[in-house]
Structure formats: structure tokens, C-alpha cells
Design a protein around this ligand. Structure first.
Ligand code: FNR
Length: 377
């Protein structure tokens, strides 16, 4: 059967991956309520089409930090992508370059940031940073991203500690990973995935390893990353970052109007309204619900991005109508990648772009820049 939507790719990914890996990709904090709310919040928003508008030509491209992209869709940072397919980060970066979309490489990427940069010659790439207690490790990551030519730094601020996820407990997914019959059985039921992993090697947090000057060791470095985030980071302790990175800086994980205003006052170039795809805290509201108020307050002085629950091209239209500069997507391209490698990732991005194009024609809005509140009920 040909996949017609992101949710079709989700089912394919569920079939192909061991439960442990699929749940890591798919599920959320607590029992998943924040994640569910993110998806439903987009569904609840209803479009209000206008008719008898000339939509022969539709313009979706936008400017972000001095570059022209084909649509307001950013493939957001996701860690451990090598768990789904070998060379996952390079594949995603290349597919984004082909479609003219920004790609954000995670600190927890499983491909070297320098290799990912080389794989897409002149397309702009963004780098996502987790601030680690070990400041030298953090500065080394920033310096490497800068030297490699990444253009935008995305500082994730919603992970002082890792959230509690019920499914990790059900799956006995804790570090160090202990061998168990359940794990063995899970892997044996997914022989193609297992053979692919055996042939290409298990994914590693190679960027952390390189910046620490150590040999890759997934279990050790996943532990380093999750246990030693800098929990003391505050608005007043970010000056060093400005000295280390001269390009645009976007704060990812803002969830309140006050923090959005604070980011603006501190001179950041953008924010991502985000609850980390509902992966951190149970019981938080969907970022899309807070977008309109934040965007109205911020105006044009800073980019306002939003993520969490974007599954269709129509969702991009809804977010733009509420004032977002662009949306980020996390899980959707991963479903495609996990299902069918680069073809799957490519198809998911194309689905988004096709659905966006059709949605704009059907709401009677020939240009992204003309979208406003009047296109929503
Ligand atoms: C993430 N996300 C994330 N964010 C980040 O800043 N750094 C990271 O390393 C990761 N890792 C990560 C792994 C996986 C498997 C997922 C699904 C997500 C969060 C991500 O960037 C984004 O905020 C959400 O995924 C957006 O929600 P949707 O699109 O997945 O609903």
C-alpha cells in the first residue's frame, strides 16, 4: 500500500522497529497526555476558506536569517536518529537540502557534525545545543559547529533534567541497558532492523565522544548527556554564549509569554514555542495554544517558531495564520526514515509540501505572507 500520510508512515515504522526503539521515537512524557494534546490542538483549530481567489500560483517560500527556504517547515533536532537507520542525520540533512528546508542537527546526533556538513555542500544547516555541566565540552561543540559552517544555533532550554516517561519503565529502558529476555525477544522479532544494526554498527553519540576526546561508547555518553545537563543555567548566565557564537541564536523550549518577552529583551534572534514534543513534562499545554498571544506581543523583532503535533501541511497553514514564522517537525520525518530510509524521509517532506500547497489553494490564500487570523474560525 502506498503511504498517503504521516500517520501511514508511523504505522510502517511501528511495524519495522523493535518496540524499544519505536517507543523512544513515538511516545511522550508520563502517560503521553502532553503529546496527545499537542496533536489534538492542531486538529481542533479549524480553517476558514475564502473562495473565488486566484490561486493559480501559490508562494510558500520564506526568508529566515538571511536565507531563502522553500516553505516555513524546519526539520527539528532529534537525538539518536541512528537507532532507526544508518547515516540517519546525513540522510535527513540531504533530504532537507533537496527540498530547500532548514535542518537542525542535534547535540545527540549519531553522525559527526562535520560529516553532515560535508554531505550537503552549500545548503545552510542549524546546530542544536544542550548546555552541559562540562563547559569545555559545550564550548568545543559550539566551536566545531562554527568552524564547520553551521549558520544558526538553537539552544534547547527545556531539559535541565530528563522527563519521566512511563514507557521507558515498561520497556525496562534505562542506562546502562541490561540484557533481558524481553529485549532479546523484541530484537529477534525485528530481524531486518537487527541485521541492519549489526552490519552498520550500533548508533553512537559521536559528537559528544569527539568533543570529549574519547572513543564512542553509547551507554557511557548517553549517561553523560542525560545526567550532566547544566541545571544552574539562567537568563543571567548566558553571556558566554554570545561571545562563543556570533550568528543568530534561537531559544527552543519557551512555554510562557513572560519567557518569550525575556528572550526578546535579552536580544535573542528567535524562540521556539515548544514542550519538546510532549517528551519532558506531563500536563503541559500545547505550544500552538499559546502562539497567537506570544506572536502578537513579540511583533517582528524576533522570529517565533512553534512545534509539537505538526503532522500535516494544513498544520503549517494554521501556525502561520496564528503568527508563527515557521513550524518545526520532530517525529514525522523520523517515521518516514524509520520506515524506509531516505525514500521514506523524502516522501514525508514531500507530503508536507504537497499538502501545504493544496491547503493554501483551498483556503484561498495564494501566499504564505497573506495568512492571518481571518483564515481560522
Ligand atoms: C526530540 N526532540 C529533541 N529536541 C532537542 O532540542 N534536542 C534533541 O536532541 C531532541 N531529541 C528528540 C528525539 C526524539 C526521538 C523526538 C521525537 C524529539 C524534540 C524535537 O526537537 C521537537 O521539539 C518535537 O519532536 C516536536 O514535536 P513533534 O513534531 O515530534 O510532535
Amino acid at each position: 500500500m502506498q503511504c498517503a500520510s504521516v500517520s501511514d508512515y508511523r504505522e510502517w515504522a511501528r511495524w519495522r522497529l523493535p518496540k524499544l526503539a519505536f517507543d523512544y521515537l513515538d511516545k511522550g512524557a508520563g502517560d503521553g497526555d502532553s503529546l496527545e494534546n499537542n496533536v489534538h490542538a492542531f486538529r481542533r483549530l479549524q480553517l476558514r476558506p475564502r473562495v473565488l481567489v486566484d490561486v493559480t500560483k501559490v508562494v510558500t517560500d520564506i526568508d529566515l536569517f538571511g536565507h531563502r527556504y522553500s516553505a516555513p517547515l524546519i526539520v527539528g533536532p532529534t537525538g539518536l536518529n541512528g537507532l532507526y537507520w544508518p547515516d540517519a542525520d546525513s540522510i535527513l540533512a540531504k533530504e532537507c537540502a533537496m527540498q530547500g528546508l532548514p535542518f537542525v542537527l542535534s547535540t545527540a546526533a549519531t553522525d559527526l557534525l562535520e560529516d553532515v556538513r560535508k554531505s550537503v555542500s552549500d545548503h545552510p544547516l542549524w546546530f542544536q545545543l544542550y548546555v552541559h555541566e562540562n563547559r569545555e565540552l559545550t564550548l568545543s561543540l559550539i566551536a566545531r559547529a562554527k568552524n564547520a559552517g553551521y549558520s544558526v544555533l538553537v539552544l534547547t532550554v527545556d531539559v535541565p533534567v530528563h522527563g519521566k516517561r512511563d514507557h521507558d519503565i515498561h520497556n525496562e529502558f534505562r542506562l546502562p541497558l541490561r540484557p533481558s529476555w524481553r529485549l532479546f525477544d523484541d530484537i529477534l522479532r525485528h530481524p531486518r532492523w537487527a541485521i541492519q544494526m549489526l552490519t552498520h554498527g550500533t548508533p553512537q553519540l559521536v559528537n559528544i565522544a569527539r568533543s570529549l576526546g574519547q572513543q564512542p561508547n553509547l551507554l557511557a555518553h548517553a549517561g553523560v548527556l542525560s545526567r550532566a545537563m547544566d541545571k544552574s543555567l539562567t537568563w543571567n548566565s548566558l553571556d558566554w554564549l554570545r561571545d562563543a557564537w556570533t550568528g543568530p541564536i534561537v531559544l527552543k523550549g519557551i512555554q510562557s509569554e513572560d519567557d518569550a518577552r525575556r528572550a526578546q529583551q535579552c536580544g535573542f534572534d528567535g524562540i521556539v514555542l515548544s514542550n519538546h514534543g510532549g517528551r519532558q513534562l506531563s500536563g503541559v499545554s500545547p505550544p500552538i495554544d499559546g502562539l497567537e498571544a506570544v506572536a502578537a506581543q513579540i511583533g517582528d523583532s524576533m522570529k517565533v517558531f512553534v512545534d509539537g503535533g505538526v503532522r500535516r501541511g494544513e498544520d503549517i497553514v494554521k501556525a502561520r495564520a496564528l503568527g508563527a514564522s515557521a513550524v518545526l517537525t520532530g517525529r514525522a520525518p523520523l517515521y518516514g526514515l524509520a520506515a524506509n530510509g531516505k525514500e521514506g524521509a523524502r516522501d514525508v517532506l514531500k507530503l508536507f509540501l504537497d499538502e501545504l500547497h493544496i491547503a493554501l489553494q483551498l483556503v484561498g490564500c495564494p501566499s504564505m505572507n497573506m495568512l492571518g487570523r481571518e483564515y481560522l474560525r
